[in-house]
Design a protein around this ligand. Structure first.
Ligand SMILES: Nc1ncnc2c1ncn2[C@@H]1O[C@H](COP(=O)(O)OP(=O)(O)OP(=O)(O)O)[C@@H](O)[C@H]1O
Ligand SMILES: [Mg+2]
Length: 243
C-alpha cells in the first residue's frame, strides 16, 4: 500500500502534536513507526485509522484521499483492523463472542457464518482451547492474540498496531510478535507502532521516525536502522539500543 500526508496539522488545545506533516511513503507492505515517547506516533496512527481528524491537511491511503466527513470516516474505520496497547476485549464476553460480535453487529454477517470464520481463525492461531474463556481467564498474550484474530476476522484492507506488546512479559511478547510476523508472511498490509527496534527492523520494509510532531526520517528499514541520518534518530537509537 501507499500513504501520502499533505500538510497534516493537529493540536490538542494549544499544543501542536502533528506539525505540518507532508510526505509520500512509497509502496510498502509493512510500515513501522518509531520515535520517542510523546512524539506523535499514536496521534498519526489514529489519524490514519480515521479515529482522529486533523485540523488541516490531507491524507491519501492507497489511491484514495480520505474525506474527513463523519460518514466517510465511519466507513473507513470499519474497513481496517486495529489492535491497540490494552487488549480492548469486552470483559463479559467469551473470546469467541468477542470475535463474532463485530462481524454480526457491524458487518452484518450471519451468526452461523461468523461462527465459522471465528472457529477457523481460532484454530489457525492455536486459540481453540480458549474460545469459551472470558478475557480475565486468559493470559495477556492470549488476549492480545484474540484481539488480533478479531481484527483480521473482518477482512480488513490493512491492519494497524499500536504498541501491541507493551503490557506483556518477554514470553508473551514473543508469542504476539510471532503472530504479527505471520500476518506479514501472509502478505497483509501492516502499519505498526513499536518500541521494539529489533522487531521493527525485522518485520517492516519501510520505517518512519517521528519526533516532536514531525516525520524526521523515512526510508527502507534495513538502511534506516543500519545508517540513520537525522541526529535525533541517531540519538534515539543509541539510547534505546544501549541495553
Ligand atoms: N487526546 C489528547 N488530548 C490532549 N493531548 C494529547 C491527546 N493525545 C495525545 N496528546 C499529547 O500529544 C502528544 C503526542 O502524543 P502521542 O500519544 O501521539 O505520542 P506517542 O508518540 O504515541 O507517545 P508514546 O510513545 O508515549 O505512546 C503528547 O504530548 C500527548 O500528551
Ligand atoms: Mg503512543
Amino acid at each position: 500500500m501507499q500513504l501520502e500526508f499533505c500538510g497534516i496539522c493537529k493540536q490538542f488545545g494549544a499544543r501542536p502534536v502533528l506539525r505540518d506533516i507532508s510526505l509520500k511513503v512509497p509502496e510498502f507492505q509493512s510500515l513501522a513507526i518509531v520515535g520517542p515517547s510523546g512524539g506523535g506516533k499514536t496521534t498519526l496512527l489514529r489519524t490514519i485509522a480515521g479515529l482522529e481528524k486533523p485540523d488541516s491537511g490531507r491524507l491519501r491511503i492507497g489511491q484514495d484521499w480520505l474525506a474527513f466527513t463523519e460518514q466517510a470516516l465511519l466507513a473507513h474505520r470499519r474497513s481496517i483492523g486495529t489492535v491497540f496497547q490494552g487488549y480492548n476485549l469486552f470483559p463479559h464476553l467469551t473470546a469467541l463472542e468477542n470475535v463474532m460480535l463485530p462481524l454480526v453487529k457491524v458487518h452484518g454477517v450471519a451468526r452461523g457464518q461468523a461462527r465459522d470464520t471465528a472457529d477457523a481463525l481460532f484454530k489457525r492461531f492455536q486459540l481453540l482451547a480458549h474460545a469459551h474463556q472470558r478475557p480475565a481467564e486468559l493470559s495477556g498474550g492470549q488476549q492480545q492474540r484474540v484481539a488480533i484474530v478479531r481484527a483480521i476476522a473482518i477482512e480488513p484492507r490493512f491492519l494497524i498496531f499500536d504498541e501491541p506488546t507493551s503490557a506483556l512479559d518477554p514470553e508473551m511478547t514473543a508469542e504476539v510478535l510471532d503472530c504479527i510476523a505471520e500476518l506479514r508472511a501472509e502478505g497483509r498490509p501492516l502499519i505498526i507502532v513499536t518500541h521494539n527496534m529489533g522487531f521493527a527492523r525485522e518485520v517492516s520494509d519501510r520505517c518512519l521516525f517521528i519526533a516532536e510532531g514531525q516525520i524526521l526520517e523515512e526510508g527502507r528499514s534495513a538502511e534506516l536502522f543500519s545508517a540513520p541520518q537525522h541526529p535525533l534518530m541517531v540519538n534515539f537509537l543509541a539510547k534505546v539500543l544501549r541495553y
